[in-house]
Ligand binder design. Structure first.
Ligand code: HEM
Length: 217
């Protein structure tokens, strides 16, 4: 199904990138705004435990933006609207940005900037181990997301590095799953969405192999 309307062309050319940027900045503005209100002793939306609220809000934003990054290709494949690929990189960078803020908030608010204390947590708490592993894999993706890096690495090497998004997304879901105590639906919803997005790729890659085999059989 290909969408080729004039409105969509104009949207893709003039509006898609700035609107995506605004949408990606909104969660950051929300949390900074609420901290500003709290520090000014004004009413805010973070409840009685602003520290926990901040960790959870930033963690949720990071994982959701990561899932949206993985959604771009299936949307392109289904709609045939190629320009949507142009916003994938900035969505991926936003996922990195929110994950980095999430970790910085933890380092600041819980660990008083002690890297040794953070490292101890990585070694002792399983869900933090998964979180750190996920973030470690996000770093090379963020570092190689500039035009210069893509040119220097070549499309194929760049593509290979960016396959890291799949294991790191699985690690992020595991981090969330092992963090929660008792039954909670949210990590399962994130895991379910990720499973569908990964299955889409498996079918896309493996499907043609089977079609070729049955055509030659
Ligand atoms: C060193 C790396 C990381 C550390 C130290 C860390 C730490 C934390 C902490 C302390 C919490 C809240 C626990 C609580 O409130 O009881 C949390 C929750 C969470 N984190 Fe992380 N995290 C890391 C990496 C990541 C990454 C890379 C992602 C996603 C891309 C992520 C996504 C989440 C999510 C989705 C939650 C659950 C939020 C909720 O309950 O609504 N974290 N993390």
């Amino acid at each position: 199904m290909a969408i080729h309307s004039r409105t969509l062309r104009i949207f893709g050319k003039h509006w898609m990138k700035p609107l995506t940027l605004i949408a990606l900045l909104l969660p950051g503005a929300w949390i900074f705004g609420n901290w500003a209100l709290m520090l000014a002793y004004l009413p805010h939306e973070m409840g009685f435990n602003p520290v926990e609220y901040t960790h959870r809000f930033l963690g949720d934003t990071a994982i959701r933006v990561l899932l949206v990054t993985l959604l771009v290709t299936p949307v392109r494949d289904i709609t045939g609207w190629a320009p949507i690929i142009l916003i994938r990189r900035r969505i991926g960078m936003a996922a990195f940005f929110y994950a980095a803020l999430h970790i910085l908030a933890y380092l600041w608010l819980d660990k008083m900037w002690s890297l040794a204390a953070l490292w101890e947590d990585v070694l002792l708490r399983q869900y933090i181990t998964f979180g750190m592993a996920s973030f470690a894999l996000l770093i090379p993706l963020a570092l190689t997301s500039t035009n210069t890096a893509i040119r220097k690495l070549g499309r194929q090497t760049w593509q290979r590095i960016h396959y890291l998004i799949y294991p790191l997304a699985i690690l992020a879901v595991l981090h969330h799953y092992f963090m929660v105590k008792g039954f909670q639906i949210e990590p399962l919803v994130h895991g379910g969405i990720l499973a569908v997005l990964l299955l889409w790729r498996v079918v896309k890659w493996v499907g043609p192999v089977f079609t070729k085999k049955s055509a030659t059989a």
